[in-house]
Design a binder for this molecule. Structure first.
Ligand code: ADP
Ligand code: ZN
Ligand code: MG
Length: 479
């Protein structure tokens, strides 16, 4: 048997920190960072005798996430205690949801190579985040920081519907994009606002049974997730090919060695002794409450894609690219108000904006200028004030030293030369300096024209209007 005879099966538990102002059961701020143990109170530090009170915004945001991912919403739900001991969990239990999650049976759609695929969501439930252990680099011990304890989370559990690391990458990107559109989380993976437990198994193609899975917890970078899945699938196939069996265990992915390591196996599998939290009341949602949240949903990618194709004649590819990120999509809509040239704006986003972000290893939310600025750039090209070549330089500058394009162009003296007299002067100089090219052109070598235009562009530092240059060279060469 070979690797191609196997199929990889993946299911994800995605944790997403909600961007409510205050924590889930107290009024401490949820803000990231801060001096250790300064965003805490007796409730989130689990002092005896304190009582939690559920933050209603958490329910609202979770329902919003459920509606945006096609989930059913439970009108009867509750909080449960998940008992386990860990130093970053001062109550020795986490308040979560067990058998009655707020949302269930949803799905999100991802693009695969040839078609679209629905990834089913088992459930979305609310729970509290734990604190954080900071391990002392000199090995003197660990320090606990409870700033994050009690920050609200939703956990989005998928069915084992994913079949490759590539599908997982698309799935997380899609989830992240939806959560950003509905503004329930900042989804900053580098700050741990979005992280995934990745469950991987393999099975022979055609087999109906799933294989035994392993789980890699708390992964928060696309690159690591893709690498870890590919490595883990290979490792499991190797074991099976050598007649071994896969053990169900929790693994740790090590980014440096590019390998997974065992953390704990099934023997010490946790029994969480879930039971309803007696300190909290049941959660009952009326139809009206749910419908009111539905009304607050913004226009989501699927609908934007259709609208961009119908109203702005974008290609499907362009419409999908631009709507993949709320930041791109909002930038696009702002920009076209300014320049009324949707095709050009989408092209700039797909090519140069995306390229620069990629080179700088940045995400669309880190673009330092506005959609209005991008719109102005496009209209400056459309008006002939600058050439496309100069516009590319202006865009680079907008990333480096954010300023409105017209100011950059003015400061740099990059306005396009469209004055006939000035153009003519350059053309004559270039013709005089390049008699060989002139002769070549006259002998039928059309390429020589390109060279001459290039020389004129060089002489004007790219500022000459290219159409005018071309026209004038042709006129002179015909004489
Ligand atoms: P837990 O990890 O809390 O024990 P679950 O049984 O709810 O929980 O499963 C968690 C995740 O594991 C789900 O996303 C599910 O899709 C995935 N999963 C379950 N079985 C498999 C399997 N055989 N291969 C890959 N993923 C799986
Ligand atoms: Zn608190
Ligand atoms: Mg799990």
């Amino acid at each position: 048997m070979s690797r191609d005879d196997y199929e990889v099966v993946i299911g994800l538990e995605v944790h997403c920190e909600l961007s409510t102002k205050t924590k889930i059961f107290c009024s401490c701020p949820t803000e990231f960072g801060g001096e250790p143990n300064t965003h805490c109170c007796p409730i989130c530090m689990a002092m005896p005798g304190t009582l939690p009170v559920l933050n209603e915004k958490v329910v609202e945001y979770a329902v919003k996430a459920g509606l945006a991912t096609n989930c059913k919403i439970s009108q009867n739900s509750k909080n449960d205690r998940k008992n386990y001991f860990y130093p970053d969990l001062p109550k020795a239990y986490q308040i979560s949801q067990y058998d009655m999650p707020l949302c269930y049976e949803g799905y999100v759609t991802i693009d695969t190579e040839d078609t679209e695929k629905k990834i089913r969501l088992t459930r979305i439930h609310i729970e509290e985040d734990a604190g954080k252990l900071n391990h002392d680099e000199y090995g003197r011990g660990s320090f606990v920081d409870l700033n994050r304890a009690g920050v609200p989370l939703i956990e989005i559990v998928s069915e084992p519907d994913l079949r490759s690391s590539k599908e997982v990458d698309s799935y997380i990107r899609k989830l992240k994009s939806i959560l950003e559109y509905i503004e329930v989380s900042d989804c900053k993976m580098q700050e741990g606002s979005l992280r995934a437990d990745v469950n991987v198994s393999v099975r022979k193609k055609g087999s109906k049974e799933f294989g035994t899975r392993t789980e890699m917890k708390n992964m928060s970078s696309f690159r690591s997730i893709v690498r870890a899945i590919d490595y883990e699938a290979e490792r499991q196939i190797d074991i099976l090919e050598n007649g071994g069996v896969i053990e169900q265990e929790t693994l740790r992915w090590d980014d440096i060695s590019g390998k997974t390591f065992s953390m704990r196996n099934k023997e010490d599998a946790q029994d969480y002794r879930y039971f309803p939290d007696p300190d909290l009341v049941a959660i009952k949602l009326s139809d009206e409450y749910i419908e009111n949240i539905r009304k607050t949903l913004p226009e989501l990618p699927e609908s934007r894609i259709k609208r961009y194709i119908a109203d702005f004649e974008l290609t499907e590819k362009a419409a999908k690219f631009v709507t993949a990120s709320k930041y791109y999509s909002n930038m696009f809509e702002e920009a076209i108000k300014e320049c009324n040239n949707p095709k050009a704006v989408s092209n700039w986003i797909m090519s140069d904006v995306a390229r620069i972000l990629n080179e700088e290893d940045k995400e669309p939310d880190e673009i330092p200028f506005t959609g209005k600025d991008l719109g102005e750039l496009v209209s400056l090209i459309d008006k002939g004030t600058i050439s496309t070549a100069i516009a590319k330089k202006v865009l680079e500058e907008m990333f480096k030293n954010p300023e409105v394009p017209s100011k950059i162009i003015e400061a740099k003296g990059w306005v396009q030369i469209s004055d006939e007299g000035a153009i003519k002067e350059v053309v004559m100089q270039v013709l005089e300096a390049n008699p060989q090219s002139v002769a070549d052109y006259k002998a039928g070598k059309d390429k020589a024209l390109g060279f001459l235009v290039g020389q004129a562009m060089k002489a004007t530092k790219g500022k000459a209007n290219p159409q005018m240059l071309n026209k004038m060279f042709l006129e002179e060469l015909k004489k």
